[in-house]
Design a binder for this molecule. Sequence first.
Ligand code: NAD
Length: 248
Amino acid sequence: GILENKVAIVTGAGSGIGLAIAETYAKEGAKVIVSDINEEHGKQVVEKIKSSGGEASFVKADTSKPEEVEALVKSTVEIYGRLDIACNNAGIGGEQELTGDYSLDSWRKVLSVNLDGVFYGCKYELEQMDKNGGGVIVNIASIHGTVAAPLSSAYTSAKHAVVGLTKNIGAEYGQKNIRCNAVGPAYIETPLLESASGDMKEALIAKHPMGRLGTPQEVAELVLFLSSDKSSFMTGGYYLVDGGYTAV
Ligand code: NAD
């Protein structure tokens, strides 16, 4: 595999896109720290990876809590000895309201997971990667890192900020052998979208020129490329995997 012997963290790896990324990393030879706030789901993913011959361990962390993210990186080094790759994927959707009606609580909650959580991840991952001579970070943004999601101001704001944070890290760590990129998926078939009604789903599909939603694996393939040496001259970038959503 192209990640043979690399040590990787994936946050929010208990479900959806993070699950596909964790499995893909493991399939390519990485030792994977499957992290999630949901212990049951995270442990199931570890079992799944192990039963197909991969190497993985579960470490619980709520990414909105800096001390838990710091402990996640520390545990990774205790378990596998170093840190080469981190995918900051954990994220939530949040309330759907016009910006003028958006509750202060929901704003705070979405920003605390989707932005603060990614910052905490990067902060502690960078510290460790610098110690072990280099590494790669992939932050999961969204198409809403560049276009609006009406009724989800908090989500759009957080995802735009993740793109900015990623650019800054690219600018700062270029000479330290640490690369950082963000990805922008359009709407992907995951549990995050399961609550959407049939009509809402049809309306969402219609916004994608390819006439369908994406799959978690299609996001994982881009993340794998950005996590591997195949993308060795790429940093500070933001890459779409969106079925043409933002092209129209
Ligand atoms: P999902 O709900 O299927 O999975 C998210 C996982 O993150 C869950 O296992 C959940 O337990 C975990 N999680 C939630 N809050 C957490 C926290 N505070 N700390 C640690 N773990 C936490 O969602 P998904 O669709 O796979 O989304 C993953 C990422 O992809 C998110 O950042 C999301 O914004 C982004 N994204 C999703 C879509 C989509 O259409 N599904 C599109 C673009 C971007």
